[in-house]
Ligand binder design. Structure first.
Ligand code: HEM
Length: 150
């Protein structure tokens, strides 16, 4: 009971923070635009990966994927979609090395810190906890990404 109560708290904290960051613009810039601007600037490896990408489309895709990450956190059940995304990011395809996910998460947290005016330690922990199972799932498939494994 205690455990599920804590889990509910985390989900609620994340949800409310996510609603706040999505509803906010800073100097005309929305949350996902700010995230990608920072992420691309964070490392030449990242900007190289996205050099041919339509970033408006990419922002819309990540927005959609966030709900999948949240449901993965809640259910621990990876759906077909998340598996596809993991395979697409594996060594044999987009080749997104596990270290890039650390940068991804730190950049995400830095962006939330700016966009959520109620940001505090609890909210930071909620974001980290909700994102982590999805990141583990993705990096687990880095070297197994041929789609033939489980
Ligand atoms: C949990 C973390 C992440 C999620 C949920 C995520 C999600 C997605 C989704 C949904 C797509 C589009 C569909 C697909 O290609 O499968 C995509 C494409 C892509 N992602 Fe990620 N991603 C994550 C982390 C990363 C990281 C760390 C990088 C490092 C640079 C990255 C680089 C890319 C690239 C290069 C594409 C292809 C863009 C194109 O089509 O030109 N992603 N990602």
């Amino acid at each position: 009971m205690l455990i599920s109560g804590v889990a509910m708290d985390i989900e609620c904290l994340f949800d409310a923070s996510y609603v706040r960051v999505l509803s906010r613009e800073i100097e005309g810039q929305a949350f996902f635009a700010a995230f990608y601007e920072r992420f691309l600037a964070a490392s030449p490896e990242v900007s190289e990966k996205f050099h041919q990408t339509d970033m408006a489309r990419q922002r819309a895709m990540l927005k959609k994927a966030f709900y999948r990450l949240l449901s993965f956190y809640v259910s621990s059940h990876a759906d077909y979609y998340l598996k596809e995304v993991a395979v697409s990011h594996s060594r044999a395809h987009l080749d997104i090395a596990p270290a890039l996910y650390d940068l991804w998460l730190e950049t995400l947290i830095d962006t939330v810190r700016v966009y959520d005016e109620q940001f505090d330690d609890e909210i930071e922990l909620a974001w980290r906890l909700v994102m982590t199972p999805g990141i583990v799932f993705m990096t687990f498939h880095y070297d197994r990404g041929d789609g033939r494994d489980s």
